[in-house]
Design a protein around this ligand. Structure first.
Ligand SMILES: [Zn+2]
Length: 449
């Protein structure tokens, strides 16, 4: 017989991408943070070079970090001791040793490159999406320029962080579970995939990009697997690695790790990443799960389909609107203005990831759902027989919304996205400022010696 915990597992949309191109939501934030905008260009450096130059210090740092994770995170699966990073001096396997120690996909390509904004062009050697992503589908990467960098080049902090903020969707968190059919998934200590569809190419990254911290104790009692999410781990992992790299004087990797952590903060600004089924009350969710257990799975299948369609349509609309704004160089667009920084952000505290950063979109989730219901064609958001992504509706989505719900509906959608991005701007700035002030503090201390 199925355990009750299995009940709700398929209630969560398998859709695991958030804002489909994270450069769209990070560039303006970084470009208006004086500490990033005015930073000196960094020396581009390969991952191997960074790791080899800091191997001994990294061994100590990652060991202490593991201890910290075990003591401080809301939920954590301790890293198996045999994966601890050891300084051996060997160049051949240093990437793998590092990937295993931080438990990411060791096949990640980690090229030296920049991902430009839609409409942005530079006269530089370009690389293909296959050189950046381990996935077979790379969607938005085909429509933007990917510029080749090489070790020793100079790159601006804005460019490095903007590029890195999209990287975790290029394969970093794929295949990390024991049932993912990968050699590394079997040894990483995360157990079986708690939710998401393991048969979808990108489905295995879901528990790393979605975090459910605010459900009722009843929901957790029935669906304990909902606690098994790892974005807080990723944010702390990369925030601390960023601070480490800056401390060691390797600014390129300081900025790049900063961007990786920023990705998961961006995911948290999308309600579909912080609540299992926006639009459904606790009771409705439990009732659907219960009916499924009694042999009536239809309600559950429908809920999954609807959540997936709504999730995709929201991000399609956002990416169409913002890509157009960037192509037209319309920086005054409200979605871009929402990301513009005018003043320092709230002072970052570790606990904020769960208590503040993931809470904001959660509080707005039901309202976002309502707006989608009111403004999008019923076929896209209210028909469980429709697989929205098969409709090829994306490129005409803005026109469709205008036809369906007029200027008012269109503007209502812009308003909810603007509001969500405003939250991300504050949280993202808080995170970036924390990393940079830790670095300044360290430098000041060093200066005192
Ligand atoms: Zn993501």
């Amino acid at each position: 017989m199925r355990t009750p915990c299995f009940l709700l597992s398929m209630l969560i949309s398998a859709q695991a991408f958030s804002w489909s191109n994270h450069t769209l939501v990070t560039h303006q934030l970084l470009a208006t943070l004086p500490q990033v905008r005015d930073a000196a260009p960094a020396n581009v450096e390969s991952l191997e070079s960074f790791l080899l130059a800091n191997e001994k210090e990294l061994e100590g740092f990652l060991g202490q970090q593991e201890q910290w994770m075990q003591e401080n995170l809301w939920h954590y699966a301790p890293r198996p001791q045999e994966l601890a990073f050891k300084a051996t001096g060997s160049k051949d396997d240093i990437r793998t040793r590092f990937a295993h120690a931080i438990r990411v996909n060791p096949n990640t390509k980690w090229p030296l490159y920049l991902q430009l904004l839609p409409g942005e062009k530079r006269r530089s050697p370009l690389i293909r999406p296959q050189a950046v992503s381990t996935l077979k589908r790379f969607d938005h990467l085909v429509s933007v320029q990917l510029v080749q960098l090489k070790a020793g080049d100079k790159a601006s902090a804005i460019d490095i962080v903007t590029t890195a903020a999209d990287e975790p969707d290029h394969g970093l968190d794929i295949g990390l579970f024991t049932d993912s059919n990968t050699d590394y998934g079997r040894i990483y200590g995360f157990g079986k995939q708690p939710f998401g569809n393991p048969n979808l190419e990108y489905g295995t990254q879901a528990p790393f990009h979605m975090g459910f911290y605010h459900e009722s104790s009843l929901i957790y009692a029935v669906g304990g697997f909902l606690k098994q999410t790892y974005p807080e781990y990723r944010i702390q992992l990369f925030k601390q690695l960023s601070e480490f790299a800056f401390r060691q004087g390797h600014d390129y990797w300081g900025w790049r790790f900063m961007g990786w952590g920023l990705h998961y903060l961006g995911d948290f600004s999308n309600p579909y990443h912080v609540m299992p089924v926006p639009g459904n009350s606790t009771m409705a969710t439990l009732w659907i799960g219960l009916k499924n257990l009694m042999g009536f799975p239809q309600g559950q299948d429908e809920a999954i389909q609807l959540a997936s369609n709504r999730h995709t349509v929201l991000e399609d609309f956002q990416s169409q609107v913002m890509s157009q704004a960037y192509k037209e160089k319309n920086i005054q667009h409200p979605t871009i203005q929402a990301l513009t920084r005018q003043k320092p952000a709230r002072v970052f505290e570790d606990g904020h990831i769960v208590t503040v950063i993931s809470q904001q979109a959660y509080d707005k989730a039901h309202y976002v759902h309502e707006v989608l219901e009111q403004t999008m064609p019923g076929k896209y958001v209210d028909n469980p027989l429709v697989e929205y992504s098969e409709l090829i509706a994306r490129s005409s989505l803005q026109t469709t919304v205008l036809k369906t719900s007029g200027e008012d509906g269109y503007n209502q959608l812009i308003a909810i996205i603007t509001d969500l991005l405003g939250g991300f701007s504050e949280n993202g700035a808080s995170y970036v400022e924390a990393i940079l002030s830790a670095n300044t503090f360290q430098n000041d201390q060093a200066g005192l010696d």
